[in-house]
Unconditional design. Structure first.
Length: 262
């Protein structure tokens, strides 16, 4: 890592703000908002994991309900990631959004992203060869406590970091009950691949009993609710992701057998 790249479909820390879709790659991969057709905001342009403390290139959703307590308040929603050799798109619709495509909502056997409108994140290959920066990936659901990101902003939380909980690690080690209701509630996970016809529709494919997924030119659809039924203190000291320690669903190259939830 990050030789084969990483795509964070959901990335955030504690209960801070809307979701940010993020790429982490090797060097020579940058994004420019002038080339991106999206509704979200590009907040970090350099995808190289070895620079800017591994921030990656990030697109922030304009929908406050896309992450954290606000996502839970609307009962979750649908995330979709479309990956090709030329672009990577990410959409989000809240559970109560009347604009969610029926084929996404109902889990149709075929879907056509061309009919869905602009994604909130549109990573393009103008200044980044996505075909070489991103290899076949596995889908990972990750819950991580503390670490580089969440641990470093622990003092910004509502927890008194100058008191007995003087670090994120101390708080987590001494308050396991605070995280009893931290879990993913997944209603459906669907992977689609291009069909053989000239149509732009994508066809759903099944996956094996071990739930190991490998994305090539595929579309990833997730119907989910991230349930963080915790106190404000617990929210501020929990993080989810890999490498960046935040809430995250990622597609990422992994050379070994992995579990769906790590």
């Amino acid at each position: 890592w990050p030789d084969m790249g990483e795509i964070d479909i959901i990335e955030g820390v504690n209960d801070a703000g809307a979701n940010a879709a993020t790429l982490h790659t090797l060097d020579n991969c940058t994004m420019s908002s002038s080339n991106m057709i999206q509704t979200g905001s590009l907040i970090a342009t350099d995808c190289y994991a070895g620079r800017n403390s591994n921030t990656g290139c990030q697109v922030k959703s304009g929908n406050a309900a896309s992450y954290g307590p606000s996502l839970n308040a609307v009962g979750g929603g649908w995330y979709v990631m479309e990956r090709t050799s030329k672009f990577i798109n990410v959409w989000f619709w809240a559970r109560n959004d009347p604009l969610v495509p029926s084929e996404v909502k109902n889990g149709n056997g075929q879907v056509n992203p061309a009919h869905w409108g602009k994604p909130f994140a549109n990573f393009v290959n103008n200044n980044c060869d996505l075909s070489t920066k991103m290899s076949p990936h596995s889908i990972i659901f990750n819950l991580t406590f503390c670490g580089d990101w969440a641990g470093s902003v622990f003092g910004c939380s509502t927890v008194d970091s100058t008191g007995p909980w003087n670090s994120c690690i101390n708080y987590v080690n001494n308050n396991p009950g605070a995280f009893a209701n931290a879990y993913w509630d997944i209603a459906a996970l669907r992977v689609y691949t291009p069909g053989c016809s000239a149509s732009s529709a994508l066809t759903r494919r099944s996956f094996d009993a071990h739930h190991r997924m490998f994305i090539y030119l595929a579309l990833f659809s997730l119907d989910m609710e991230l349930r963080n039924g915790m106190t404000p203190k617990a929210y501020h000291d929990m993080a989810v992701e890999q490498k960046k320690n935040s809430t995250s669903i990622s597609s990422r190259h992994h050379p070994h057998v992995i579990r769906d939830i790590e």
